[in-house]
Design a protein around this ligand. Structure first.
Ligand SMILES: Cc1cc2nc3c(=O)[nH]c(=O)nc-3n(C[C@H](O)[C@H](O)[C@H](O)COP(=O)(O)O)c2cc1C
Ligand SMILES: CCCCCCC(=O)C(=O)O
Length: 380
């Protein structure tokens, strides 16, 4: 008998066995000394919750809205590059699982399946995340393609104009598509499910960049390629430019400072994502859950405050809501589910988090996810 999967940590273990090492570690690890990666988790672990009893929690509602759209729970799938290399067609499977679960899915600029491939395979509108490239014509094209695909929100990522180094990407010789080396061939051959999913995948290289960028696989590292393409001159005037060409819902992601949060609200964004990129960018940036309350206080209700960084369970999501987030996003938790079992694994991640959130609400005396406040946090 196989051991049942009871939490996201189990899905991570399974993904580690099933996904080639270079791709698993790309998803799993952080930048430099991984101080921020670890801080995201440690900060969650430090928060204790107030247990309440005798409050009739039989009927509990997890439903809410994000950007005015109804969702079954306050959760969304974060944009993740190279998703389609964790499992063939990973972006399509992720978008499908999210749609079935009634939560938003955000496609990365650096996805393997293109905007059009995901649009053709999934009926439910998804969000698109944009990186601003030095070539503004290309950036404009990406935004126009998102508009043509009827994406329901555009998410501008602000915290990766220059890439924080991830040692494992260099040591593993990460490349897209994968380089044909003896080590890679042996690794991939020992991952038959992954290999089969890749054989059937509609794309094995960056789907949104084709025709615009040549030889992504011939540069010695992807970091060098990013350094050539991504624009470090990004500033608030670019947000105004994007506002002018994107009439729909606009989110800015990568806000960690109350001052930047106020500026984002001043620029009329519909939501911000409090994020340190999952500990993959500025190492020694604070844990997102530690800065969340000051950011919520800084913007009030001028813009919706979304949150990510370290969410692996419904208890973590509950803590983020208690600290003032409107909803949480999952990056690694999503990828672990995908790498472990494809679409079924993503569904399992979402449903585990849903059940854990519901139980945590019950045991803290909460019946409506929209009414969770910081009263639920234990203060000695
Ligand atoms: C493998 C991986 C790839 C990512 N790629 C992107 C990306 O292309 N665009 C982006 O805005 N954020 C990207 N992120 C950051 C996530 O959107 C999100 O901020 C982060 O994963 C949240 O932290 P968590 O992984 O602890 O949930 C990526 C994260 C991971 C783990
Ligand atoms: C290694 C190429 C993809 C870089 C951009 C994706 C991303 O944001 C990440 O964190 O990784």
């Amino acid at each position: 008998m196989t051991t049942p999967i009871t939490n996201v940590a189990d899905l991570r273990e399974l993904a580690k066995r099933r996904v080639p090492r270079a791709f698993f570690e790309y998803a799993d690890r952080g930048s430099y000394d991984e101080i921020t990666l670890k801080a995201n988790r440690a900060a969650f672990e430090r928060i204790a919750l107030r247990q309440r009893v005798m409050c009739d929690v039989d009927n509990r509602s997890l439903a809410t809205d994000i950007l005015g759209e109804p969702v079954s729970m306050p959760l969304a799938i974060a944009p993740t590059g190279l998703t389609g290399l964790q499992h063939g067609a990973g972006e399509i499977l992720g978008a499908r699982a999210a749609a079935k679960a009634g939560i938003p899915f955000c496609l990365s600029t650096m996805s393997i399946c293109s905007i059009e491939q995901v649009r053709a395979a999934v009926d439910t509108p998804f969000w698109f995340q944009v990186y601003v490239m030095r070539d503004r014509g290309f950036t404009r094209d990406l935004i126009q393609r998102a508009k043509a695909a009827e994406c329901s929100a555009l998410m501008l990522t602000a915290d990766l104009t220059v890439q924080g180094q991830r040692h494992r990407e260099i040591k593993n010789g990460l490349s897209v598509p994968p380089k044909i080396t003896l080590r890679n061939i042996l690794d991939m051959a020992s991952k038959p499910r992954w290999a089969w999913s890749m054989l059937r995948a509609p794309s094995r290289s960056f789907g949104n960049l084709q025709g615009r960028v040549e030889n992504t696989d011939s540069l010695s590292t992807l970091a060098q390629w990013i350094a050539k393409q991504f624009d470090p001159r990004l500033n608030w005037r670019d947000l105004e430019w994007i506002r002018a060409i994107w009439p729909g819902k606009l989110i800015i992601k990568g806000i960690l400072d109350p001052h930047d949060a106020r500026l984002a609200a001043d620029h009329g964004v519909d939501a911000i994502v409090v994020s340190n990129h999952g500990g993959r960018q500025l190492d020694s940036a604070p844990a997102t859950i530690d800065v969340l309350p000051s950011i919520v206080q800084a913007v009030g209700d001028r813009t919706q405050v979304l949150f990510d960084g370290g969410i692996l369970s419904g208890q973590d999501l509950f803590k983020a809501l208690a600290c003032g987030a409107h909803a949480g996003l999952i990056g690694k938790a999503f990828l672990y589910g995908l790498g472990a079992m494809g679409e079924a694994g993503v569904t399992q991640t979402i449903e585990l988090i849903r059940r854990e959130l519901s139980v945590t609400m019950a045991l803290t005396g909460q019946t409506d996810v929209r009414r969770i406040t910081n009263d639920v946090i234990w203060r000695a």
